[in-house]
Design a binder for this molecule. Structure first.
Ligand code: GLU
Length: 472
């Protein structure tokens, strides 16, 4: 799918690169991405890096990596706000010229005193408008040598309202909104102002973002209006809470999205799971990326906070693992096996995946399981051997080995062979199954023994059986 220039829909994801991309950010990005895709529109990535103290190139890279991993590539961008400073200054100059913004020479101390005075009167603490130009008003003399800030001349009456795509109608009294500082004394633009200019310049039609931004929206709308810009629609998504109902913390999910890659979650499962945090399509829990795009119209975004549920994420991940092609799983798990010092090429890895995938919740678990076939063989401990490789068991193993030499080596033929030994020797399955596991894998518990033996290969199995007999 690619962007379609004829679709009017343009969304953006606008992270501040002050840290990795966490779950909340990833979900915001996902909603903006899916909405753009649904309308064959354009998804823009904008890096809001004007907080130079806290923004880092590593964080930018972490965000790009995460979006890449989740398959949410932008159609336009990444744009960097730090590269757009000239444009912001240009718009500030235009606003000053148009009278929609003004220089304010009050010092921070003076503004604090104004706020204090307002508080003492029982009013909302705010800037008192000393430098706000009004018809017929004489402004104070400009203090010598003092650099002004630029303030936006916010409307003082009426209300600023919008019909939020998530929360419904929202309205703020303009009287409650301060004349926002849009440029600092050194001329650098402030946060809300950069967002406004960017959303305007980038032709953003729909802003989907976290509801921690609700208070910024009336300020941004008023500036957009002053600029004569077309307003985007806004949708503010409630936050994600931890399983305990508290704010998401490191303990449960406020971690780097890439951590989920390290822990063996599939991006497919992450997307599916993240989408369900605050959005629904009937009772559907499992859906593909394509279905999400087909269904994602924002109309089913929840007004209430959603809760992070690691068990459900595991369930979704297990589902995707189970239905994934074993060869594809093998491709994804190979590097994890190598990281454990195993040799993925040592075995029929897709066969191993087919054996393990129904019981694995993560790719890491698959890699752990695959080490039985790709790792160094560690013979059973003397205790385990003494417990399971009894005289009777050794006889059965010798019998099995003798018959195995000329047998076919498929799971089915091995199963038949085991059954034949059991029948002839009057044994029950565990009486041969467990000694076989102990002798051949060094462990008493493994997946189905016939499948394990088939995957290990006849030569390996016979050699290990012989070694186990010799270890007496
Ligand atoms: N840069 C802001 C953040 O990371 C988002 C701005 C926006 O979406 O309007 O929270």
């Amino acid at each position: 799918m690619t962007a379609n220039a004829s679709s009017p829909v343009r969304t953006r994801f606008a992270p501040s690169p002050t840290g990795f991309l966490h779950l909340g950010g990833a979900r915001t990005a996902l909603f903006s991405w899916a909405f753009a895709r649904h309308h064959q529109g354009t998804f823009v990535l904008r890096i809001e890096d004007t907080d130079v103290e806290r923004s880092t190139p590593e964080a930018v890279q972490a965000i790009l990596d995460s979006m890449d991993w989740l398959g949410m590539q932008p159609d336009e961008g990444p744009f960097y706000q730090m590269q757009r400073m000239d444009r912001y200054r240009e718009v500030i100059a235009q606003m000053l010229a148009a009278g929609t913004a003004y220089h304010c020479y009050s010092t921070p101390e003076e503004v604090e005193a104004m706020r204090e005075a307002a508080r003492a009167r029982g009013d909302k603490p705010r800037y008192d408008g000393t430098w706000r130009p009004e018809p017929g008003k004489t402004l104070p003399p400009v203090p010598e040598g003092r650099k002004p800030v630029v303030r936006f001349k916010n409307p003082q009456t009426g209300a600023t309202a919008w019909n939020d795509l998530v929360k419904g109608p929202i309205s703020f009294d303009n009287g409650e909104l301060d004349d926002l500082i849009i440029a600092r004394p050194d001329g650098t633009p402030t946060y809300n102002f950069c967002v406004v200019v960017d959303d305007w310049d980038m032709g953003i039609t729909h802003v989907l973002r976290g509801d921690d931004h609700v208070n910024n929206t009336p300020r941004q709308i008023n500036i957009l209006r002053a600029l004569g810009a077309t307003l985007p629609e806004y949708g503010h998504v409630p936050m994600i809470l931890g399983p305990d109902g508290e704010k998401l913390s490191k303990r449960h999910g406020a971690v780097n999205v890439m951590e989920y890659d390290r822990e063996g979650y599939l991006p497919e499962a992450m997307i599916n799971y993240l989408a369900r945090l605050g959005w629904s399509h009937g009772d559907d829990e499992i859906f593909s990326r394509e279905q999400l795009v087909e269904w994602f119209d924002t109309l089913h975004l929840s007004k209430s906070a959603s809760q992070w549920d690691p068990k459900k994420l595991n369930w979704v991940n297990a589902h995707y693992i189970k239905q994934m092609d074993p060869a594809e799983l093998a491709r994804r798990v190979a590097r994890r096996i190598a990281a454990r010092g195993g040799r993925p090429e040592k075995t029929d890895l897709p066969g191993v995946m087919a054996l393990l995938k129904d019981r694995a919740e993560t790719l890491e678990q698959l890699a752990d399981g695959a080490m039985l076939f790709c790792g160094e063989f560690k013979p059973a401990s003397p205790e385990l051997a003494a417990q399971h490789l009894t005289e009777r068991a050794r006889e059965a193993l010798a019998d099995f080995a003798a018959r195995a030499r000329d047998a076919d080596w498929t799971r089915e033929s091995i199963s038949a062979l085991i059954k034949a030994v059991l029948a002839d020797r009057g044994l029950k399955m565990p009486q041969l199954g467990i000694p076989l596991r102990v002798a051949v894998t060094g462990q008493a518990q493994t997946p189905a023994v016939d499948a394990v033996l088939a995957l290990l290969g006849k030569e390996t199995v016979l050699a290990r059986l012989e070694a186990a007999q010799g270890s007496r």
